[in-house]
Design a protein around this ligand. Structure first.
Ligand code: HAM
Length: 461
């Protein structure tokens, strides 16, 4: 091989973010920050405090909470071998079939959602001893191995909240929903549409599910209709008939429309609870649409379920999903505990805000300091320090530039003002401030300049 060919092969590999993950860059990150800050503000006015839970947990925690048969757990989790067993087997050379034989307690998974973790934390920290209910919110990345597309990623971000303990008063369901809608309102999210449903409880849901299965079996076993059911539905008739109601498959829609509806099969308590949730929403002026097909994809739900869609998102238009999950804490070894919550898909929320023109365009600067000369440099450094301390964003070029070039650069960065510091300015103690929008110039002493900029900022600069 010639020397040239060898050099070619050494060309460094160019890495790219893994499929389904992405970098979030400025100026978009400013919008992410605004959204998260608004969540902090709105949720704390409802008495919620922030919880931060780990990015990975025991696989078993998710399997038990979300349900082993759900898509999330059975197909979409990023799961790793437990390291104690893993390293022991590697040391002893027993690696064949290792991954499939690992015991479930030894496996860990990247969190596909955070409700399970929050319930685990509630139990672990004896939060039932605190004044009830405990109101917690969280934000951060979640991981699901789904097919990536617009609004659907493998690492995505959720902002969620959970209310644990206390009663299952319908006012709690309504207030949680009111809180999300208030948050969306504050962000001026366009076309937010709230759908609600009740999926019953341990008393009434099993009977309804059996009825649904029986009806679906009739369709499957009737040669006239059998061909209209897709493979997912055929599987779900056995594993989870409720999820059939979620189907978007065109050929199934007419069949689904004729299936029995859960609202007609709720037990008395669930029916009363659902009616009261709707009444409570009306008292709060929250506009909703009843959607009997809203069943959600995670097993822990009972009674109230809800979803919010927004515009500009195409097929992945659910920006928020949630519901009641009384009994989940108990299922995880804790005391009997009521629970309700939601999670917002932050990526989708941001997309929708961007589509409706709510995104910041460029991270501008307040002041660009155009300096020339050694003495001016020292003054410029001091000026930058004082302006930044007063809360202005300042660009201080690291090397001397001709004034013309500096002003061009200030323009490109979207600066509002250029502060011109040359030998004359420094020796006179009068600094030149140029307003870039109209090209006007004025001279100020150092304290006057700060005062002037402060006034301009207070008046919206
Ligand atoms: P979820 O419906 O699975 O519920 O997810 C909530 C929201 O997260 C969805 O509505 C969607 O906006 C967003 N989301 C889900 N998967 C993806 C993805 N692959 N890419 C982008 N966004 C996604 C939960 O996770 C429950 N833990 C919510 C909850 C909290 N229920 C009670 N408490």
């Amino acid at each position: 091989m010639s020397e040239g060919a060898a050099k070619k092969e050494e060309k460094p590999r160019k890495f790219q973010a893994i499929r389904g993950t992405r970098d979030l860059l400025p100026p978009e990150t400013a919008l992410w920050n605004r959204v998260e800050q608004t969540a902090d503000e709105v949720f704390s006015t409802f008495g919620f405090g922030e919880i931060r839970v780990p990015i990975f947990e025991s696989t078993d925690l998710f399997a038990r909470s979300i349900g082993a048969e759900t898509d999330v757990v059975s197909k979409e989790m990023y799961t790793f071998g437990g390291f104690a067993e893993f390293s022991a087997r590697v040391r002893e050379g027993r690696v064949e079939g290792m991954l499939s034989e690992m015991s479930p307690e030894e496996m860990i998974s990247l969190r596909p959602e955070a409700t399970a973790s929050v319930c685990r934390a509630y139990i672990e920290h004896n939060m039932q001893q605190l004044p009830q209910p405990v109101k917690l919110y969280y934000m951060g990345p979640m991981f699901r191995r789904e097919r990536p597309q617009k609004g659907r990623y493998r690492q995505f971000y959720q902002i969620g909240a959970e209310v644990l303990g206390g009663s299952d008063a319908p006012a709690i369901d309504a207030e949680v929903i009111e809180m999300v809608m208030t948050f969306f309102d504050r962000l001026e999210l366009q076309g937010a549409q709230l759908d609600i449903n009740s999926i019953g409880d341990r008393n009434c849901r099993p009977k309804y599910v059996e009825l649904l299965r029986a009806e679906l079996l009739k369709v499957r076993d009737n040669p006239a209709t059998a061909g209209r059911l897709g493979p997912d539905t055929l599987r779900r008739i056995e594993t989870n008939p409720l999820r059939v109601l979620d189907s978007k498959l065109e050929s199934e829609q007419a069949i689904i429309a004729k299936l029995p509806r859960i609202a007609d099969h709720l037990c008395e308590e669930c029916a009363a609870h659902y009616a009261a949730v709707k009444h409570q929403l009306e008292m709060r002026g929250v506009i909703y649409r009843e959607n009997w097909r809203l069943v959600r994809g995670l097993d822990y739900y009972m009674r109230t379920t809800f979803e919010i869609t927004a515009q500009g998102l195409g097929s992945q238009n659910a920006v928020c999903g949630g519901g009641r999950y009384d009994g989940l804490v108990e299922l995880l070894g804790g005391p009997p505990t009521k629970g309700i919550g939601f999670a917002i898909g932050e990526d989708r929320l941001i997309l929708s805000l961007q589509e409706s023109g709510k995104a910041p365009t460029q991270q501008g600067r307040d002041v660009y300091i155009a300096w020339m000369g050694e003495r001016a440099h020292a003054t410029a450094i001091r000026a930058a320090k004082d302006l930044r301390k007063a809360g202005f964003s300042v660009e201080l070029p690291p090397v001397e530039q001709k004034f013309g070039k500096a002003l061009g650069q200030a323009d490109k960065l979207g600066a509002k003002y250029a502060l011109i510091l040359g030998d004359n300015e420094v020796s006179e103690g009068l600094w030149t401030l140029k307003t870039l929008a109209d090209g006007s110039q004025a001279k100020f002493t150092e304290p006057d300049l700060l005062e002037h900029l402060r006034k301009q900022k207070a008046g919206g600069l």
